[in-house]
Ligand binder design. Sequence first.
Ligand code: MG
Length: 248
Amino acid sequence: MITCKRGRELDAMRVSGRLAGEVLRQVAAAVVPGISTRELDALARQLIDEKRATPSFLGYRGFPAALCVSVNEEVIHGIPGARRILPGDVVSIDVGVFYQGFHGDTATTVLVGVSDPDILRLVDATRRARDAGIAAVRPGAKLGDVSHAVEQMVRQTGCSVVRDFVGHGIGRQLHEDPQIPNYGSPGRGPVLKVGMTLCIEPMVNLGRPDVSVLRDGWTVVTQDGRPSAHFEHTVAVGEDGAEILTAV
Ligand code: MG
């Protein structure tokens, strides 16, 4: 069942979304050579705590951190630890914030001293694919229109869409209906209605789309070892199109 948020619920989503966006911005700014992914997680926990909020991911199905940090061939769900960021790394950061009953969820990919044009193309493609998906959001559109817009943007760049993981609805639960694939056919799927809140989050690989999950049970990696990128916003379906809740 896809829930629609109204009035105070939507106001609460705006607050949790903005908090998530602020945490992500500050953690992304802290990604420099030498910092460990555990230190990034500690920063996220501190920032979330200062906002009197709770990390959405910590303890979710047993996930052990507030932040997902996925480096290079890691696609999503990387577990923070002793690894230190090196020059040339592609660092995807995903954070969820729970505040007064509602979640916000957002992700970005940070490049640390990367000049490889293929990687710049990958990251640009992923951001633009997310934004193309968001641009397709309006009342009366179908969910497949959003999925298709994301996929088309990625295809134009020669990169590939990860198919094994998808975006999702969000609200009182971190993951709500509907699932939002980053590929699909226009005119298919549920009709978007005002008040739906959605996480649009393409995961895009420079090489092949195939991914595997590591033995830690979480970390998703590309099978060909080539880099991946991930961008995500939480949006609400508004009368005139998407309202981006995690923008700061
Ligand atoms: Mg998400």
